[in-house]
Design a protein around this ligand. Structure first.
Ligand code: DMJ
Length: 537
């Protein structure tokens, strides 16, 4: 029994309503909800068509009822919330049962996956899921995850880790869990792990290499990165977490490392004002002129605007770099298709590749977030651009048979917003499109974003839910897709969290007080009066 109005993240329901959770946690199928004060009981089976229609109808109702808080739409939003809770619980319970201590769940073969991104670290799903479990108030499950971190999370490991992945998933996940709960264990693990990443910065320029052995401290560049280069989206996606590591430890070294990256980037000449994806950590010069707001470039831009927001709008250098970069991107990469869809192409030494990766779909949300803070005229311009890009990404979902989007879609040879290559037709439970829906919803309150989010939920339930978890699919253009047997940790960290937030009130992790790292882990804005939860109590 959780009195929701005591929830630390803000009131999600009027103070006279309590929600009884036990039936959900004991038996998510059929799902039974009880709104005790209003004495409303809603029982349904989530596989039945009636549920589907009811919820669809009710979501639609919201659009013309607006967002006033009356008992009817509270009933409905509670139902939707519980729907997300059961999805998260299903994903977590299966991971726990079959793969606890491994990095990810293989939901078809019912075993764990370790992979080679985390250099011997384990429990990527545990650390990635911590804050989502907490925010959803899945208390028992949160305790299970916390206990694993306390008792089994071993940092004394050897092996090749991606600096970027360890930072965004583990450090980001631990920092968010600390700020939300005030539990020291998360802070100390984050700091200890942060120390282990520092040797990667020992290069002539201070630009870190992409791969590090967490035991020996040896670091090197990815074999596939041209001429030993470092990747823009990797070394450009450390700033938020590293500033918090300095803030929490009092050790300036973390901030110094990322401020130095900023310095190198400021100095290097930008072709047409653009930032290519490959930079030499030895010379500090670009190695290739490939520019993309999707993979290899993406979260560098995201961290510029979020650095400014996280600094309580004091880091004006980051804002200027973001504004200039976006202006260059708009000038050289943003295009409109014959069918009227706006997209962001990739740039190879001046030649455009008319393709958008699923990863690039986070940019609708980013541009909307940045637009909020321009002058009135610019604001409208960027809000329009953000809405157009989000619409294009929605089209990439809507034009598939599964209603889930492909890994990449193209705008050439008569194709619009669809994959043209067999190798680009898969969907691995990625969050970027839903992420943009959340920002667009919060900043416009246009109910279509919730409707689009609900379409994703239905598609996930229909095509990705398997007996023991959620799985990616190999082809979004067939309604009998084959599964890839992988429940990615970012599905729990990002996709389910963003879907949940899409249907929450705006004060749950308010955009005024929190920025989400690129793995959707919330970090507090540096208002001078901010304190983690433990010190508030
Ligand atoms: C996540 O790990 C992060 O969002 C990252 O920035 C990009 N890729 C995945 C999800 O698609």
């Amino acid at each position: 029994h959780v009195p929701v109005h005591h929830h630390p993240l803000g009131e999600k329901l009027p103070p006279n309503i309590n929600l009884n959770l036990p039936c959900l946690s004991l038996n998510p199928f059929p799902l039974v909800l009880s709104l005790s004060t209003l004495v409303i009981r809603v029982c349904f089976c989530y596989y039945s068509i009636s549920f589907d229609c009811t919820v669809e109808h009710q979501v639609f109702d919201l659009s013309w009822r607006g967002q006033e808080h009356n008992s009817e739409n509270f009933e409905l939003s509670a139902i939707i919330h519980f729907f997300f809770l059961q999805m998260m619980k299903f994903a977590w319970d299966n991971y726990k049962q079959y793969a606890l201590g491994k990095n990810e769940l293989r939901p078809l073969t019912k075993n764990g996956h370790i992979g080679n991104m985390f250099g011997g670290l384990r429990g990527a799903t545990v650390v990635d899921a911590l804050d989502t479990l907490y925010i959803m108030e899945l208390e028992e499950e949160f305790q299970e995850a916390k206990t694993w971190v306390e008792k089994s999370f071993d940092l004394n490991v050897n092996g090749e880790a991606s600096l970027f992945e360890v930072n965004i998933r583990y450090i980001g996940g631990l920092l968010a869990a600390y700020y939300l709960t005030g539990e020291e264990v998360f802070k100390s693990k984050a700091l200890e792990l942060g120390e282990k990443l520092l040797p990667a910065f020992n290069t002539p320029t201070g630009i870190p290499r992409g791969v590090i052995n967490l035991g020996s401290g040896m670091s090197w560049s990815w074999g596939w990165a041209s001429a030993g280069s470092s990747i823009l989206a990797e070394f450009g996606t450390l700033h938020l977490e590293f500033l918090h590591l300095t803030e929490l430890s009092g050790n300036p070294v973390f901030a110094e490392k990322v401020l130095n990256i900023r310095k190198v980037l400021r100095r290097v000449e930008k072709p047409q004002g653009l930032y290519p994806n490959f930079l030499s950590p030895v010379t500090g010069n670009w190695v290739q002129h490939h520019v993309s707001i999707g993979g290899l470039g993406d979260s560098f831009y995201e961290y510029l605007i979020k650095s400014w927001l996280m600094s309580d709008k004091k880091d004006s250098e980051a804002k200027k770099m973001y504004d200039d970069a976006l202006e260059a991107i708009e000038k050289h990469l943003v295009k409109k298709s014959a069918g009227g869809l706006t997209y962001i192409a990739e740039w190879r030494g001046g030649i455009l590749d008319h393709k958008m990766g699923h990863l690039a779909c986070f940019s609708g949300g980013m541009i909307a977030l940045g637009a909020e803070h321009g002058g009135e005229e610019k604001k409208q311009h960027y809000m329009d651009l953000a809405a157009e890009i989000t619409n294009t990404c929605h089209e990439s979902y809507a034009r598939s048979d599964t209603k889930l989007g492909p890994e990449a879609f193209r705008f050439d040879a008569g194709t619009e917003a669809m994959a043209t290559r067999l190798s680009e037709r898969y969907y691995i439970l990625r969050p970027e499109v839903v992420e943009s829906y959340v920002y667009m919803w919060r900043l416009t309150h246009d109910v279509k974003y919730r409707q689009w989010g609900w379409e994703v939920v239905k598609a996930l339930e229909k095509h990705c839910r398997v007996e023991a978890g959620f799985s990616g699919i190999r082809d979004v253009y067939t309604t009998v897709p084959t599964h890839d047997n992988m429940q990615q940790s970012f599905f729990l960290a990002e996709t389910l969290k963003y879907l949940y937030l899409l249907f929450c009130e705006d004060d749950v992790l308010s955009l005024d007080d929190w920025v989400f790292n690129t793995e959707a882990h919330p970090l507090p804005v540096n208002h001078s009066n901010f304190k983690p939860k433990a010190s508030v109590q």
